[in-house]
Design a protein around this ligand. Structure first.
Ligand code: NAI
Length: 302
């Protein structure tokens, strides 16, 4: 099986970044999102994401012409075009119901030999395919890219016993050779490997810094490079990942982690996060996150 054209559904933080990374590797991409409510241009969300990628600093498109490889559209009007794609990557909101509803629509139009994969951070593959038709499950993987997709080399790959071996091998080889990823095959557990550890670290550090009133810059100065972690530290990472993703991650983990798992004890969203989301502090994708809050109101995190 050869991967010549890819669809990415969900043009948010991850979907847009994955689309740009594919385009930089010379791969044509169909980038789809939902129709914005009340908007005149039905493709506005995906087009807006493409525009932001074009203007991004550092530039999201590394090669002249790479941006032209990405075709933006909405999922309602362009769903049939998934039949042109060899690999369909789902990167929509971290909610089981939304993802499964989309899979049913994908299954109605995809070519039987096309692979579908999810970029989920936490939801086990078995839950994602539960109740879906067998042919879909046989073509469905988790390909978990890390943020930002252009720079983070790790890609977690989860398959199941029913998956066609040629689909697994084709995606693994493509991610390794064309996308420059270090592919790690993971067991189908909540949060896989990196988030199982990373979310524990992040939640513990966030809770301690908030509880002890440590300013975000000071916390990150300690929790970043000195610990061998990128300079974002913990609050900077939350701003990059998206504050609005945090409750979805915790809900998903609490729904799947076994009783007594130590991660359960820290899988609570700090109260400040709910206030931040309500006030639009969703991180870099919105008006800013913890760093902006600190500037705006002196960093009241409790
Ligand atoms: P986001 O909120 O930035 O973007 C999600 C996009 O999906 C939005 O543009 C939304 O309009 C669109 N969408 C929602 N429902 C849709 C549907 N039915 N059809 C088409 N588009 C739809 O989310 P983000 O952060 O990009 O996360 C996407 C996925 O990637 C989630 O599963 C998340 O857990 C995972 N992930 C996120 C990372 C991060 O750092 N933000 C890192 C790795 C994985």
């Amino acid at each position: 099986m050869e991967i010549r054209k890819v669809a990415v559904i969900g043009a948010g933080v991850m979907g847009a970044g994955i689309a740009a990374h594919l385009a930089n590797a010379g791969v044509p991409v169909l980038l789809l999102d939902i129709v914005p409510e009340g908007a005149e241009d039905r493709d506005a969300l995906a087009k807006g994401a493409l525009e932001r990628l074009r203007k991004a600093k550092p530039a999201a498109f590394m090669h002249r012409g790479a941006a032209r490889l990405v075709t933006p559209g909405n999922v309602e009007d362009h769903l049939e075009r998934l039949a042109e794609c060899d690999w369909i990557i789902e990167a929509v909101v971290e909610r089981l119901d939304v993802k499964q509803a989309l899979y049913r629509r994908i299954e109605a139009v995809r070519r039987p030999d096309a692979v579908v994969s999810s970029n989920t951070s936490t939801i086990p593959r078995a839950r994602l395919v539960a109740g879906l038709p067998e042919p879909f499950a046989a073509s469905f993987l988790i390909t978990h890219f890390f943020n930002p997709p252009r720079y983070m080399r790790l890609l977690e790959l989860v398959a199941g016993p029913e998956v066609r071996p040629e689909a697994v091998e084709a995606v693994a080889a493509f991610c390794d050779r064309r996308l420059g990823k270090g592919v790690v095959r993971c067991k189908d557990t909540p949060g896989f490997i990196a988030n199982r550890i990373g979310i524990f670290w992040m939640q513990t550090a966030l809770a301690a810094a908030i509880e002890q009133g440590v300013p975000v810059e000071e916390a990150d100065a300690v929790l970043g490079r000195p610990l061998g972690i990128p300079k974002t530290g913990v609050f900077g990472l939350a701003d990059l990942v998206g504050i609005d993703l945090m409750p979805h991650l915790m809900e998903s983990l609490l729904a799947t982690l076994p009783p007594g798992d130590p991660l359960r004890a820290v899988a609570e969203v700090p109260p400040v996060v709910a206030r931040m989301i309500a006030e639009g502090y969703t991180g870099r994708k919105g008006k800013g996150g913890f760093y902006r809050l600190r500037r705006d109101d002196g960093g009241r995190l409790k």
